[in-house]
Design a protein around this ligand. Sequence first.
Ligand code: ZN
Length: 303
Amino acid sequence: MFKWLQTSLFGPKEETHEPAHAVKAIRPASRKAPLKTASSSLPGAFLDRWKSLVSQGDIEIVPVPRLRQGWRLEWRRGDQARLRVPAAILTAPDEILGALAAWARLVMNSRGKAKSAAAQKERSAARQALEKTLHAWLDQHAARDPRTRTLARARAERRLDRLESQGKHHDLQAIFDAVNREYFAGALEARITWSKRWGGLSTQSHAKDAEGNRYNLITISRGYDSALASAEMVGGVVYHECLHIAVPPKEGAREGEGRRVVHGREFRRREREYRFYEAWRLWHAKVLPGIVRRGAPRDGRRG
Ligand SMILES: [Zn+2]
């Protein structure tokens, strides 16, 4: 599992993650097509447990093998609701199944507007607490599950295989090593790769290797792999992304504000220590956009 912290140079700052779960309300317009009823191949013992936990028998549970972390509720008023869940849920204790049933009920009941802001707040707090319980159990289960572990390992290995630091014009590894030596006493640990796409952003993120160890990953926009870029200009963006590791983002000053300060005062101060800082900023603002706009160089016409 990767948690991406995207700190792009000038692009939007955002944390990307998959939605944890989804609620899908089926519009009344599609009323004619009834939800297909259960091809219930679930073990009877499980169904008995589920029925005893769901106060009314109107929520059908459907295990989906490819689901791991999320779940999804589909329903239409007056019809049977369908809850798609990771297959692992079948092995969950009553406490977890109960939380799942309570979550579904809460979502179905909170369709209308709450009577007051306080009631609304209470409702979403209850829902969040249930989601937390469910996520905790699913995470724990995934950590124990050998198949999930194997999949994660294979994914991590594929990811490492795809890292590519040698470009057409520049070797990112050599540039990274030089920047690391000069500005970080060689102490910065990170892997570096060109972005897969031509117009890709330069980012700093984290990934895990096949052994589950977290590593820093720096991705540099392919636009820099150009004959128009000197090694010093590539070094500017490499240094900028390295700095994100050395000067990690800070949470917003005010509690609960949630804003991350990515390019704070300390970051900007250190950034200016780069020997070619002014030239690099200028290059990044004036030359790079044109390179990116002209598009990836074709064979024989390399940009
Ligand atoms: Zn940045």
